[in-house]
Design a protein around this ligand. Sequence first.
Ligand SMILES: [Zn+2]
Length: 277
Amino acid sequence: MLVNLKEILDPARAGGYAVGHFNVLSMVMARGVLEAAEELGKPVIIGIEEKQLSICPLEDFSFFAIPMAKRAKVPVAVHFDHAYTFDKCIEALKYGFTSVNYDCSDCSFDDNAWRVAELVHTAHAYGASVEAQLGFVPEAADVKDGRIDPATFTKPEDAELFAGRTNADALGIAAGTAHGEYLFRPKVDYARIKAISEATGLPLVLHGGSGLSDRALRRAIESGVSKINIFTDINIAGAQGATMALGAGKNLLTDIIPYEVHAIRVQAAEKIRLLCG
Ligand SMILES: [Zn+2]
């Protein structure tokens, strides 16, 4: 069933578990993730981010993702991730997305708060939710010497003020993770996550969840994270599924696709089982 982000994350925060967010750029990827969630009877979030729209345009995504979410036997939010403009967010809401991450993290604190507050007002009128972004989550490939500058992390006192000024439904934070494939061992600042959780009372979102150890994911949840974004792990799994199919002598796409769906389903199920307990 299609629900908004708040409907999925508020129970997660109260129950001390996290919901997996998986970007899915095709019906094949969406099927793998939704089959995993249904198999386990757990909620899930499927999405796409603005930088990925060259692979799958926003409207095309909405044509398969929203009907698939509606038909699912578990709660599913359909999320537009890292949207950089108000207009793009509105476009997603008009297509029926139930959640948007409006990423104004490169703006000043005041600009970010003002922009998010404006979108929250509109998104709520659509029955959708808004995830805001405070603090900078880098690309793993851009991190030099395996060290992310803690000055770029979300500050608990800023987050408290930000939550009050924006009325956002969830908050994406920066606390030591990075997007993409880690070439270094990430150091997550759990004490910071806990302090932000206590200061804001909001469900927190950890970007860059792929490649984190099971222990790190569990500790992040114990510290107050209610949504974990995972893309690279299923991106790799899907490609490995295709490689396996080719290795087995399959040379038709119709024979390769089931391998991809299966590989994504197995990987997503492993993560969902871990996050939802
Ligand atoms: Zn992200």
